[in-house]
Design a protein around this ligand. Structure first.
Ligand SMILES: NC(=O)c1ccc[n+]([C@@H]2O[C@H](COP(=O)([O-])OP(=O)(O)OC[C@H]3O[C@@H](n4cnc5c(N)ncnc54)[C@H](O)[C@@H]3O)[C@@H](O)[C@H]2O)c1
Length: 183
C-alpha cells in the first residue's frame, strides 16, 4: 500500500486517522485526502502536513458525487488503496433534509466503488467506514453482531445501510480486498 486515498479526511475521524497514519502508524506511503469541505470539514486541521513539504500528504478539494473527479484523482496519484469516510453523518440534519445523504452516502460511495472496480489491477483495498446505526437502536442491554439484521431508523442510517450493502457486492468479482467497519 503506497498511495492511500482517504475520503472525508477533513472530518472528525478522517483528520485523526490521517494524523495517526502520518505520525504514528507503521505506514511509509502517501495519503491523499479527498474532501468536499462541507460544513463538517476543516482542511486547516491538516495544513501543517502540507507545510512540512515531505510530499506524504496531499489535499484535493473534490466531491465524491463527481465521478470524473474521483477517477482523475485515483489516476493522478496512482491510488492503490481507499479508506472511505466521506459521508453526511448527522441524524438530525438527515431528518430535516435527506437529499445530500442520498447523494453522498449512496451515489458518492457508488462512484468510489465503481472507480475501484474499473481499476482492479491498481486499487487493491477498499475500506468503507460506516456506522453501527445501520442496526437500529439497542435497549439498555444487548449487542449487535455483523449478522444482525439491518433496522435503520433515519435517512442517515438508511443511506449508510444502503451503501454498506452495495460495497461487497459491487466489487466482489474484482479480487479487491474489501473491509467494512461501523464505528
Ligand atoms: N463521529 C462518530 O462518532 C461516528 C460514529 C459512527 C459512525 N461514523 C461514521 O464514520 C464516518 C466518518 O465520520 P465523521 O464523524 O468523521 O464525519 P464528519 O461529518 O465529521 O466528516 C465527514 C467529512 O466528509 C466530507 N464530505 C461530506 N460529503 C462529501 C462529499 N460529497 N464528497 C467529499 N467529501 C465529503 C465532509 O466535508 C467532512 O470532512 C462516516 O461514515 C460516519 O457515518 C462516525
Amino acid at each position: 500500500m503506497d498511495n492511500l486515498l482517504v475520503t472525508g479526511g477533513c472530518g472528525f475521524i478522517g483528520t485523526n486517522l490521517i494524523r495517526y497514519l502520518l505520525d504514528e502508524a507503521p505506514f511509509a506511503g502517501r495519503v491523499i485526502n479527498l474532501d468536499a469541505v462541507t460544513y463538517a470539514g476543516n482542511p486547516a486541521n491538516l495544513q501543517p502536513y502540507l507545510e512540512r513539504g515531505d510530499g506524504r500528504y496531499s489535499f484535493v478539494e473534490a466531491d465524491i458525487c463527481d465521478a470524473e473527479a474521483v477517477g482523475r484523482v485515483i489516476d493522478q496519484y496512482e491510488v492503490d488503496a481507499i479508506c472511505h469516510l466521506a459521508a453526511e453523518s448527522h441524524v438530525d440534519r438527515s431528518i430535516r433534509g435527506p437529499a445530500p445523504f442520498v447523494q453522498t452516502n449512496l451515489i458518492g460511495t457508488y462512484n468510489l466503488l465503481e472507480a475501484a472496480r474499473q481499476r482492479p489491477d491498481q486499487v487493491r483495498r477498499f475500506h468503507h467506514v460506516s456506522t453501527d446505526e445501520v442496526y437500529g437502536s439497542l435497549g439498555p442491554d444487548g449487542l449487535f453482531r455483523e449478522a444482525s439484521p439491518y433496522r435503520p431508523n433515519s435517512p442517515y442510517s438508511a443511506t449508510a445501510a444502503g451503501s454498506a450493502i452495495t460495497t461487497p457486492r459491487a466489487v466482489a468479482a474484482t479480487g479487491i480486498t474489501i473491509a467494512f467497519s461501523g464505528v
